[in-house]
Ligand binder design. Structure first.
Ligand SMILES: *Cc1c(COP(=O)(O)O)cnc(C)c1O
Length: 217
């Protein structure tokens, strides 16, 4: 796979569902990938990347940001409150706001700084104990709380359980978003982004299909 193949597939999936591909943001998930692979995708002109750890992002992106203009970084992994300050400096969007303490901390830091990244509320649609995200039954109340804090809330994010049909989870996420008047849907990865586009994804997070398999060595 390559970036251009993925963008072709995004366009086809959008067209098949009567959508405009311009309404779908491709986040190239660069976590764990060797720098030369990331550099290659930067050279192809892509500027929106996803990382799941603050520290890893801090280690590699400042140098790329010196070399390339207009890079936008999205945090897609769990965020500890004590890393919130670093996260807010580094990322233009945080997809993993999932609890009041984190939301309150981000709001306070944003106020100090005079600007906040855009945020998504992560929903644990599969109610998996080990997974981050607020429970679907808590989502409406938590969304209201995030709004009351004046954080720029774009939408909702989910990571379906590996063993389950993702479309059920995408549908649940879309339903919670719709009843809360939210347009943004961060859902779909390498194996299911076309399905997610069919169900309204506005942000897809694609890693291995662009960069190749991750080697955790
Ligand atoms: C790693 C990761 C992805 C990308 O996964 P691929 O299967 O490589 O596309 C997407 N979203 C999140 C939250 C991730 O952690």
């Amino acid at each position: 796979m390559s970036l251009s193949e993925i963008t072709t597939r995004i366009e086809a999936a959008a067209q098949a569902h009567g959508r405009d591909a311009a309404d779908i943001t491709l986040i190239a998930v660069s976590k764990v990938q060797p720098p030369e692979r990331v550099q290659a995708v930067l050279d192809e002109g892509h500027r929106i990347y996803g990382e799941n750890r603050v520290q890893e992002a801090q280690g590699r992106w400042p140098a790329f940001q010196e070399a390339f203009d207009n890079i936008h970084l999205h945090l897609i992994g769990p965020l500890q409150t004590n890393k919130a300050r670093q996260a807010i400096e580094m990322f233009s969007t945080i997809h993993t706001v999932d609890r009041p303490k984190l939301a309150t901390t981000l709001a306070r830091l944003a106020q100090e700084r005079g600007g906040s990244p855009e945020v998504f509320v992560q929903v644990n649609t599969g109610e998996e104990p080990q997974k981050a995200g607020c429970l679907p039954s808590d989502a409406d109340a938590f969304i209201a709380e995030v709004r009351a804090l004046d954080l720029p809330l774009k939408g909702l994010m989910c990571i379906p359980p590996v063993e389950e049909e993702p479309s059920l989870h995408f549908a649940l996420l879309a339903k919670i978003a719709a009843r809360n008047g939210l347009e943004g849907l961060s859902m779909g990865m390498s194996s299911d982004f076309e399905t997610a586009i069919g169900q309204g994804a506005t942000h897809i997070r694609v890693g291995s299909a662009i960069f190749g398999e991750r080697d955790y060595g």
